[in-house]
Design a protein around this ligand. Structure first.
Ligand code: GLY
Length: 577
């Protein structure tokens, strides 16, 4: 095991060429070889080559990372429609190349004003089965992604807004080749996709799932993008597109939801305070509530700070005991305390308080897996009693990392929640999210309210963890991933891979996953992670070997050079010049 990990690192370093620019096929070759793409001026890493190329066109024409992100997201919504798009939400972390400041924007979906905390309960008050809640209009929140695109462009863009959609409009009008991943996800979900006719018409034409390599056009999406390009996103939140969204979400065919024209017209993105944690002399900055991403990654790292992970190395069962139990402790706090801070007081400072973390970290001092893991009592000056959450967050979602020629960096995780979201395709050519199922289906436990319960206008708690790591105020790492609540483990592992184990951008992405959220240790199937199964079992863990489908897209900056890594588990690339 030890030899294999070391061999992996040494071989990768030996074959790493220095390159000034890359083509898409070179980028794919780098990824398969386990070597990062290198560049001096800019770098984009995202989930689909066509989307990355659209962003590259914008940067080559003098655009910023914010401009490029709009182009990348517009293409992702077409070629990877199951993961993110105009019908979903996103969180964005921005590093300003001039001022060195970090800004975070919340484009999370909101619950309709007509919901009650019993939204996902049956008549007896029992929680609905997950997919009974997901499929159809009940799970649809007000989309935030369009407003986030415009807000990012207004703050940090240089290119004309109307120019940012050109590639996506051409691809939607002329067609693109369905990728192998999209085809296999359609085949695997065909029964749910068939439940709503416009969705079936698009993904299952004549009842047959689209195949890899099929040419797919989406003229409705091209028209929507053209409208947004010409008139701005107000045309999304009011008028014909908004009416289409509401009609689709309330369609009597589909478990009708409660979204209204008013919910769309009052939607606003929010600037939130960044959550920054110090780790090994770096500042790890991410997204605060309503995402649990920044706080939970920050807690995991804070709990691990006293331990010498570098000396233990990535091949050590004891390193993974520490990481696994730090994660369990952080997830216990997440379940109790983290939710939309506009609705419930969240002890953000207390959860990252150094004395509190030191007290919790001392629990890791033993040599065996922790038996019981309970939430702690962070310093919290609001006297409220919360019950523990239960909410699902299954792997879908997408992540975009960009550093532009002006030194700005952007980390954005973007989602429609489950793969294909609510399975509702609008007439405007995009899928609607099922983000409301990120709320707790239960509102109370033993009479005590759950922080992440459904409430009107509230944003469901997320696990998305777009992250930017700084060294002495300069960007050192841009990272993020899809993966439901495992996002937190994927991102924490990547940071540890780079900062503690000295892995490069591609090595840290490729490093096999070992993720522990609630006690069971998930080990990535088909990788050397499964070789730790016996040692972790001996330490007292329940172990499960399974596919762990991250989509890490990262950029490391070292000595003025950008190194891009893209996840071999999905179809994306890193591209730079
Ligand atoms: N829906 C995935 C997340 O927000 O974490």
């Amino acid at each position: 095991m030890m030899l294999r990990f070391f061999a992996f690192i040494v071989i990768s370093l030996a074959i790493m060429p220095a390159m000034a620019a890359t083509t898409t096929s070179q980028a794919l070759a780098h990824k398969q070889a386990g070597t990062p793409v290198t560049a001096d001026n800019w770098m984009i890493s995202a989930a689909n080559p066509l989307a990355v190329e659209a962003g590259a066109h914008i940067l080559r024409n003098g655009g910023t990372a914010a401009d490029a992100m709009v182009a990348v997201q517009s293409v992702l919504g077409l070629v990877e429609p199951q993961s993110s798009g105009l019908g979903g939400g996103a969180f964005l972390v921005w590093y300003d190349g001039k001022t060195g400041s970090i800004t975070t924007l919340d484009g999370r979906e909101t619950a309709p004003m007509a919901v009650t905390p019993q939204l996902f309960q049956d008549k007896t008050g029992a929680p609905l089965k997950f997919f009974d809640a997901v499929v159809g209009g009940l799970s649809v929140g007000t989309p935030g992604t369009p407003a986030l695109l415009q807000a990012a462009h207004e703050r940090w863009g240089r290119s004309p807004w109307s120019s940012l959609f050109d590639d996506a409009i051409s691809l939607a009008s002329d067609g693109f080749d369905v990728s192998a991943r999209l085809a296999s996800l359609i085949a695997g979900d065909k029964d749910r996709l068939a439940r709503y006719q416009p969705t079936a018409d698009y993904f299952l034409p004549s009842g047959i799932p689209l195949q890899a390599g099929d040419r797919l056009k989406n003229p409705a999406y091209a028209k929507t993008l053209h409208t947004l390009a010409m008139t701005g996103v107000s045309s999304f939140y009011r008028g014909a597109i908004a009416a289409d969204i509401v009609d689709t979400a309330r369609s009597p065919d589909t478990n009708p939801g409660l979204l209204s024209a008013q919910d769309l017209s009052i939607y606003r993105i929010k600037e939130r305070p960044a959550i920054c944690t110090s780790y090994r002399g770096y500042d790890v900055c991410g997204m605060g509530p309503p995402s649990s991403g920044g706080l939970t990654v920050g807690q995991i790292l804070g709990l691990l700070e006293p331990f010498d992970l570098a000396a233990l190395g990535p091949q050590s069962a004891d390193a993974w005991r520490l990481i696994g139990d730090a994660s369990r402790l952080a997830f216990a706090d997440r379940g109790r305390y983290m939710a939309d801070s506009d609705y419930v007081p969240v002890p953000t400072r207390g959860l990252l308080d150094s004395d509190y973390l030191a007290e919790r970290s001392a629990l890791l001092d033993g040599s065996m897996a922790l038996n019981d893991v309970d939430p702690g009592n962070p310093p919290f000056d609001t006297a409220l009693n919360w019950s523990d959450d239960e909410s699902n967050a299954l792997p879908s979602t997408s992540h975009i990392s960009i550093i532009d020629p002006f030194g700005n960096a952007l980390s954005m995780t973007t989602t429609i929640e489950n793969a294909f979201g609510s399975r509702l395709m609008t007439q405007s050519g995009f899928l609607l999210n099922n983000e409301l199922t990120d709320f707790s289906f239960r509102s109370h436990r033993n009479g005590i309210p759950i922080a992440n319960r459904v409430e009107p206008g509230k944003r469901p708690r997320s696990s998305m963890a777009p992250t930017i790591v700084l060294k002495d105020g300069s960007v050192m790492l841009v990272a993020g991933s899809p993966g439901g609540s495992r996002i937190i483990g994927y991102v924490a592992k990547t940071i540890i891979g780079v900062l503690d184990w000295g892995l490069d951008a591609q090595q840290s992405v490729d490093l096999p996953h070992l993720v522990n959220r609630f006690g069971v240790y998930d080990l990535e199937a088909g990788t050397s992670a499964s070789e730790l199964s016996a040692s972790l079992t001996a330490l007292g863990y329940k172990v499960k070997v399974r596919g762990l489908n991250s989509g890490l897209h990262i950029i490391v900056k070292q000595d003025g050079t950008y190194f891009g890594g893209a996840d071999n588990r999905r179809e994306g690339i890193a591209l730079g010049e």
